[in-house]
Design a protein around this ligand. Structure first.
Ligand code: ATP
Length: 468
């Protein structure tokens, strides 16, 4: 049964139109497609749909301008934006211009249907005022991996609000960058963004750093000093490594968050501020709460909305793009042409586990910009700590070996292979046996000893594996 609600799809790609038409019809949603925004606008003069699903890049009027025109004229009409060229700017611009939802392609058809149904349900109450588009900065956070798309969507959704955000992720994943993006895309953008790292401030200076002090409040306080809260008034205060905040400061912070006011150290008049808090941590704060190291009530105050930033190893597909970006950045700062990765170097770098995340990748690019002689980066150019090459004779570390093995396994699974251990284990044993025999100049008893097997086991294995 077709629902009476009508969804209009606009996309210049006929295959996307076809997929959406089919999926919507199967879900019982009446729909119609347009090949560009001008056709859709012409039609809207006659009648209006209940929901619009629009691509961003189209010939003629693009999706964002279409969105602006629709939200200006029909603020209650939900528009879902889809795009194959998803980046932070288009996500933020979509939400700023009043999009109901933003879906990066390739999208999951079930998700599109779920979002469309939500949009239909909200059609009546969605009367948000269109936000005037503003000048957007150039791309600041690189990320096309699905895990980063989630982060962009969260930034887009949260930027316009004053809500407290807790950013969670390993060191070097880009937590501060995300905090800055939240600020830059918020109505507070013209006011200060103040970042403070809890782990870097000596314990006894923490309170005066945050809340300031009056003259004579303690030995050495020769003048009155504004704290970070006051400096951030009207803007955003980014509290990095919040898990390292001492207990007494946690208590004070909690009170400030509840009352919106505080006293400078040694002060008697309260100071009122309007500050948005964004906190970040690489720690498991719930665990810290369980262990009694972090106040549960403060945790709940900060943990209103959480953004998790994935490890770089969980978004390997972004590594080449990030590296190109950092090579361009380093060339601008340090002079010269940006370096380029040879395909095999890129392949190798994409298999590493990057424990220092994006920061380590950025440092590697700076190192290469200074140290590599040619414009193209070969495996031999890589810094020693990454292991110069994948060739066995130059001493791969266990980590690279493990990384390469993971890479191999991922490839096999991507090709739908099954029972991969059946292939991997004999390959592994053969390599071990050959190297041990090489090392002992073919002496089986010694090789067996090196491997930790009995001689009979080695003989049997060699027979099974066809090693002469
Ligand atoms: N997705 C990204 N695109 C471009 N640059 C990035 C990205 N993620 C991180 N960076 C860069 O990597 C470096 C580290 O990022 P950032 O300082 O935001 O990480 P962090 O998680 O706050 O680290 P820490 O927890 O150690 O303070 C910065 O120079 C930042 O500009």
């Amino acid at each position: 049964m077709q629902k009476h609600a009508k969804v209009w799809v606009v996309d210049d790609d006929s295959s996307i139109r076809w997929v959406l038409e089919r999926a919507l019809s199967q879900a019982g949603i009446d729909n119609e497609s347009f090949i560009d925004g001008d056709q859709l606008i012409a039609r809207m003069r006659v009648e209006q749909p209940d929901v619009v699903i629009s691509d961003i890049r189209m010939p003629g009027i693009d999706g964002l301008d279409l969105l602006t025109r629709i939200t200006e004229q029909y603020p209650e009409l939900p528009v879902i934006i889809t795009t194959a060229h998803s980046d932070l700017e288009s996500a933020v611009a979509s939400y700023q211009r009043g999009a109901f939802e933003y879906l990066p392609k390739p999208f999951d058809v079930d998700e599109v249907i779920a979002v469309t149904e939500r949009a239909l349900a909200h059609a009546q109450e969605n009367r948000g005022e269109p936000v005037t588009p503003e000048q957007l900065p150039e791309t600041e956070i690189i990320g096309e991996a699905p895990a980063m798309q989630e982060v962009f969507r969260a930034i887009g959704r949260l930027a316009q609000s004053n809500i407290t955000v807790l950013i969670n992720g390993e060191s070097g994943t880009g937590k501060e960058l995300v905090a800055r993006a939240l600020h830059r895309h918020s109505p507070r953008a013209q006011k200060p963004f103040i970042a403070l790292n809890m782990a870097a401030i000596p314990r006894d200076l923490m309170e005066s750093e945050l809340f300031g002090h009056e003259k004579g409040a303690f030995t050495g306080a020769n003048t009155k000093r504004e704290g970070r809260f006051e400096q951030a008034d009207g803007g955003t205060l980014f509290l990095d490594e919040i898990g390292d905040m001492p207990a007494e400061t946690q208590t004070r912070l909690l009170r400030v968050l509840a009352d919106g006011e505080f006293y400078r150290v040694g002060g008697h008049t309260s100071v009122k501020v309007d500050v948005r808090i964004i906190a970040a941590t690489h720690q498991d704060l719930e665990e810290r709460v369980r262990q009694g190291d972090f106040r549960e009530d403060l945790f709940h105050r900060l943990n209103v909305i959480r953004i998790h930033i994935p490890r770089l190893a969980e978004r390997r597909e972004d590594i080449p793009r990030l590296m190109n970006f950092f090579f361009r950045k380093a060339a601008e700062e340090l002079g010269g042409e940006p370096k380029v990765l040879l395909a095999e170097t890129e392949r190798f770098l994409t298999t590493l586990s990057w424990p220092g995340n994006v920061r380590q990748l950025e440092n590697t690019c700076r190192w290469l910009t200074v140290m590599a002689s040619g414009r193209e980066i070969h495996l031999r150019d890589l810094p020693p700590e990454l292991g110069k090459t994948v060739a066995p004779e130059t001493g791969n570390t266990a980590m690279q070996w493990h990384d390469l093995l993971c890479h191999w396994a991922r490839n096999e699974l991507a090709q739908d292979k099954h029972h991969i251990l059946r292939q991997a284990v004999p390959m592994f044993e053969q390599a071990m046996i050959e190297v041990a025999l090489e090392h002992t100049s073919g002496r089986k008893r010694d090789a067996a000893e090196l491997l930790g097997w009995g001689r009979n086991t080695l003989t049997r294995k060699m027979k099974d594996l066809g090693i002469s």
